[in-house]
Write a new protein. Structure first.
Length: 641
């Protein structure tokens, strides 16, 4: 909230000036009574100040100095409405005698969010040609904000915040940090009512009612080693749930006041947090982390020198060697000369939400959204609108994977404590691209023992790995983002096992509503075992490899290089459409196309063979399009090891 108390000194200045003039002339009874009122006011004895002023004004209603002092007193008492009435009374006596009162009233109207009235009073004051440059600059800035805020309030966005309840919110303060892709886990920071209390991390699980409402369980502390007797605040959890990054202050191994640390999930526990190192942390303050959907891109806030001013938002990428690269400032489209805070990158990878005191807003810190444009440049941020943003501070915001619902930390009318967590339906114009997710378990096909496997989600058009994740080494559980705007190949690998692949074609918003659930049985490398290459593609009735096949072929090459003792057979298969002879020839040519590609990429021909099986080895019926599609496949079989 903007504070203008320092500007009210104009009222006192007028009082003192007029008082000095009064000393040069004969003092009246009202003058003496006013001087006593000033003395009581200086001692902050408001009761006696008011008593004397009311008595004075009853006898002499046109005594302007008394109205000005009374206005200042009411401002001290935070009764802005009465302060405004008193300034109006002073002006009505003689508008030309007290022009700075218009400035004072404009600032009061501004603070009261009455922007049309504020603008009118600023303009009247400017008509008196004030000379103070700093004051003029402030007026020009506030005139722009008056127009902006009046327009925002005239066109409010839909906003119905719902307190998520006493299982989460307490008499202290709760700050939202993260929500899992499936919305089953909520993470937040809690600070007690005692000013000396430390911040700690908490977690709650959800159950969805028949009406679709999320009901949160009583929150529990995340516990050691994440929480300590020291001060922790602001965390993020990677979309796959396997990595947590936290802010810790004043630790022995810290580089500055507060640093970022990471820990990995092992079953139901977390490893000991490790400082992210000097690539991320500096002698300044680092905090408020957020990991992208790929689990390798980190957004965070730093007060390190060399930025645009205050705290800025930075981005860093985890390299293959396990170290973070040098953070990159997000640039002047995001950062300003004031403070930018609390970045939240949606799992869609190109919608960034953050809080800022520098961009044009409703007062204090406002929430904004920016979208990634061409050439990987972030577009001009858009204010989330009124009444999502108010003249108070709005700082913490996260969005669910579907992009439909937001969680915010705020002080609202039905607050349980100081700062509570609320949920609300995100206005359509502020929504990201919805994403889905895939979750399930990885296990040994024969023993059913859970496995820790590597997951890669690959853009089939560019062959670029967009998400890299792992399953839990204790439970075999995994969850991974599925963007909806492209076609993707999923590759699952585990040392000593044949790899597993499939593809996702999520191109509509309706696809994103339903999560994909998979149980992935991994087959140990053994002679005779087969793998269906689900991401090898040919045009209908042709055998030229399509470009979308390159990602899968690349994974097969990598597998063969890591297991260079293997000898495999590439097998081609068709459905029953067409003649047996034609299908046999087609399958033979397709198998040879894969063989030739592998050889062209350096795989020794002696380790490869190929064979077409036509329609003779179906894995499904041929009575539906889906069944026929599964029979049209390329696979490889282990011949020897």
């Amino acid at each position: 909230m903007a504070t203008f108390k320092c500007l009210l000194i104009f009222g006192i200045v007028f009082i003192l000036n007029i008082g000095l003039q009064a000393q040069q002339t004969t003092k009246t009874k009202s003058d003496k009574q006013f001087e006593k009122a000033v003395q009581f006011y200086d001692r902050r004895d408001y009761a006696n100040t008011l008593r004397l002023l009311d008595g004075l004004l009853e006898d002499e209603p046109a005594y302007a100095k008394a109205w000005l002092l009374k206005a200042d007193m009411y401002y001290d008492l935070k009764d802005l409405s009465k302060a405004m009435d008193c300034y109006k009374s002073a002006i009505q006596i003689d508008p030309k005698v007290y022009p700075p009162a218009y400035y004072i009233m404009a600032n009061l109207y501004f603070e009261m969010e009455k922007y049309t009235d504020a603008k009118a009073n600023y303009l009247v004051y400017l008509s008196f040609n004030p000379k103070i440059q700093a004051e003029l600059r402030r007026i020009q800035e506030n005139l722009v904000l008056c127009d902006f805020r009046a327009e925002m309030m005239k066109n409010p966005v839909p906003f119905k915040p719902v307190n998520i309840g006493s299982n989460i919110n307490t008499s202290g303060s709760e700050y939202i940090n993260a929500i899992s892709l499936d919305e089953s886990q909520l993470y937040f920071t809690r600070k007690g009512t005692d000013p000396r209390s430390d911040e700690s991390f908490f977690r709650s699980t959800s159950a969805r009612s028949t009406s679709g409402q999320l009901n949160w369980s009583p929150a529990i502390e995340i516990g050691a080693p994440i929480n300590t007797p020291g001060n922790e605040g602001a965390l993020c959890v990677s979309p796959d749930g396997m990595t947590i990054i936290i802010t810790c202050c004043s630790r022995r191994d810290s580089y500055g006041s507060c640093d970022l640390y990471s820990a990995n999930k092992v079953g139901k526990t977390w490893s000991e947090p490790v400082n992210l190192g000097p690539e991320i942390n500096s002698t300044a303050w680092e905090s408020q982390p957020c990991l992208g959907a790929d689990g390798r891109t980190l957004y965070f806030v730093s007060a390190v020198s060399g930025g645009f001013g205050g705290s800025d938002i930075y981005k860093s990428t985890l390299q293959d060697n396990g170290y973070w690269d040098v953070p990159v400032n997000m640039g002047d489209s995001i950062n300003t000369s004031s403070d930018e805070m609390s970045p939240f990158i949606h799992p869609d990878g190109h919608t960034l939400y953050f809080s800022s005191r520098g961009h044009k807003g409703m007062g204090g810190a406002d929430l904004f959204v920016s979208r990634l444009g061409k050439n990987d440049r972030w577009l001009k941020p858009e204010n989330l609108g009124y009444p999502v943003n108010t003249n108070r501070d709005e700082i913490n915001l996260i969005i669910n994977a579907k992009g439909t619902e937001a969680f915010i930390s705020a002080e609202r009318e039905n607050v349980v404590g100081n700062m509570d967590i609320y949920r609300f339906e995100l206005p359509v114009q502020s929504r990201p691209t919805p994403v889905s997710y895939v979750k399930g378990n990885v296990f040994d096909k024969n023993t059913l023992i859970p496995l820790s496997a590597n997951f890669e989600l690959i853009d089939m058009q560019s062959s670029k790995v967009v998400i890299n994740s792992t399953s839990d080494q204790v439970t075999g559980e995994f969850v991974m983002t599925l963007p909806v705007d492209k076609d993707y190949a999923l590759n699952v690998s585990c040392k000593g096992y044949l790899f597993y692949s499939m593809n996702f074609k999520l191109s509509s918003e309706s696809d994103s509503i339903n999560a994909v659930k998979l149980n992935i049985p991994m087959q140990a490398v053994a002679v005779g075992e087969k793998v269906v290459l689900r991401n090898i593609f040919f045009e209908t009735d042709k055998y030229e490899l399509l470009p979308d096949s390159k990602a899968e072929l690349g994974k097969l090459i990598s597998f063969l290089l890591k297991n260079n003792n293997l000898r495999i057979e590439i097998g081609g298969h068709t459905d029953t459409e067409g003649s047996e002879t034609h299908n046999l020839t087609l399958s033979q040519n397709r198998a040879k196309a894969v063989y030739d590609y592998l050889v062209s990429k350096g795989i020794t021909a002696e380790k490869l063979s190929y064979k077409g099986y036509g329609e003779t080895m179906p894995i499904s019926g041929n009575d539906t399009p889906e069944a026929r599609a599964s029979n049209r496949r390329t696979e490889f079989k282990v011949i020897s090891k």
